[in-house]
Design a protein around this ligand. Structure first.
Ligand code: ZN
Length: 455
């Protein structure tokens, strides 16, 4: 099944990126997964810097910092920077039963420092489990409330000694520093810009959202190689606060963004999915759904939901940027979400590259969504005198060679529809021809001086 998906997408992509070595990309994605997975990331701190530095070896972008204490919109303020050196819990027999060295999810992200002994009853108030997935360590955070805690599998929690004294230590720092994010702007000449945003704050979980970060940087590299018509603004920010900060410091340009994608949870073993923009049928939705449709595989079509990720900020009333999400095992939806089971066994480079192809297909459609105008609007132009009609007239062209018939059909539809108002995407939707074929024919007719590009 998976093999068929990949081969089908490869066919669709033939004209666009035949030069891409997909197998090499799969290996590169797998290598990046292994390299970046163990790093302790948070909404601030050295883990984010280290991650972005490694990603910058794949495709260059700027790494920027915003100082702690910077006031943003509403009550959002850049928090103190958090760094974790180590953390553990020792049981009454001196055995180290939890250690952040084994898994950084054991520590509630943003825990304040602590070094004390306490009873099980007192410790229990700071322990988090997930009885629904009893063998997994849950992921918990305390970004905006000063607190500390540990996460432990429910199975291990049940076995803990209830009588003795525990020793706990969290060797963390929470002090003025900065929030770190990545940015790269690919300039186009169409006057339109799209946003490609991902979040870089999650510690060791592979699908949410190491996969998004890896896809983001590979997509950046692919688009940098092309001479794109539109502009593409790539940002990798800590979820929530990072998006608010980016909007705050880029208010004017962000209001002009046409739309975009939040790149998250793209490499699970389940079906492809698409979470629609708040508009539901925006250009972004149409190119994403059309690309998914070309797979001829079942996918999940999620409506917009206000319980969402960074697009709750990007699509807020002042900015209203329509943001879609192409994913593979969408956040919230898979059983291992926000647990230690979202690890490198759950995801794969191959799955990630399958979703990367969908992003490339969608962007190809954005790029090719031109509007043409006929330069012979008074009648259908004389095609045979231009060598655009089969040499023997009178025959019903449906009896001609299929390729020739298709070409003539495409030519007729393109000329008929090119009123200067109808985009290639509209023509594709109404005729059933692919945008790639329509674009190829439109460019041919442009060379024959039969069409011109309006926008
Ligand atoms: Zn998450």
């Amino acid at each position: 099944m998976k093999k068929r998906i990949v081969s089908c997408i490869v066919t669709c992509m033939e004209t666009y990126c035949a030069a891409i070595s997909w197998n090499k990309l799969v290996k590169e994605a797998d290598d990046l997964f292994r390299k970046l997975f163990p790093i302790t990331r948070s909404i601030t701190g050295n883990g984010v810097r280290q991650t972005l530095e490694i990603l910058r070896e794949v495709a260059d972008f700027d790494i920027k910092e915003i100082p702690s204490g910077t006031a943003l919109y509403d009550k959002w303020i850049i928090p103190d920077e958090w760094n974790l050196r180590g953390a553990y819990v020792e049981d009454p027999f001196g055995r180290r039963i939890l250690d952040a060295k084994d898994n950084n999810l054991h520590v509630v992200n943003y825990s304040t420092p602590v070094d004390c002994t306490l009873s099980f009853g007192e410790l229990e108030k700071h322990l988090h489990t997930d009885p629904d997935l009893p063998e997994a360590i849950p992921y918990r955070t305390t970004y905006y409330k000063k607190d500390w805690g540990f996460c432990i599998s429910y199975e291990q929690f049940k076995k803990m000694d209830r009588t003795g004294t525990y020793r706990v230590r969290i060797d963390s720092t929470l002090e003025p520093g900065s929030l770190t994010f990545g940015e790269n702007i690919i300039r186009g000449n169409s006057g339109q810009e799209f946003l490609l945003s991902t979040y870089c704050c999650h510690p060791s979980m592979a699908n949410d959202n190491l996969s998004g970060l890896i896809l983001w940087v590979l997509l950046l590299r692919e688009l940098k190689k092309q001479n794109t018509r539109h502009g593409y603004r790539f940002i990798a920010v800590p979820e929530g606060i990072g998006a608010v900060a980016y909007l705050f410091f880029n208010k004017r340009v962000m209001r002009k963004i046409q739309g975009g994608f939040v790149i998250t949870t793209v490499a699970g073993p389940g079906k492809f999915g698409y979470r629609r923009t708040y508009l539901g049928n925006h250009l972004i939705d149409r190119v994403a759904l059309k690309s998914l449709g070309e797979l001829r595989e079942e996918f999940i079509d999620y409506p917009f939901d206000a319980k969402t990720t960074d697009d709750s900020h990007y699509s807020a009333p002042y900015f209203r940027i329509p943001m879609g999400i192409l994913c593979k095992d969408k956040y919230y939806e898979y059983d291992y979400y926000h647990t230690s089971f979202d690890n490198l066994s759950f995801t794969s480079g191959k799955n990630l590259i399958g979703t990367l192809k969908l992003y490339l297909l969608s962007i190809e459609k954005l790029e090719k969504n031109l509007t043409y105008k006929s330069l012979s609007p008074y009648c259908q132009p004389q095609l045979s005198k231009r060598g655009l009609y089969p040499e023997t007239g009178g025959k019903n062209h449906v009896n001609a060679h299929p390729a020739q018939a298709d070409e003539l059909d495409l030519i007729r539809w393109m000329i008929f529809k090119s009123d200067g108002k109808t985009s290639l995407l509209d023509i594709s939707d109404s005729t059933g021809f692919s945008m790639e074929d329509l674009h190829r024919i439109a460019e041919k007719l442009r060379r024959y001086n039969l069409l011109k590009v309006i926008k």
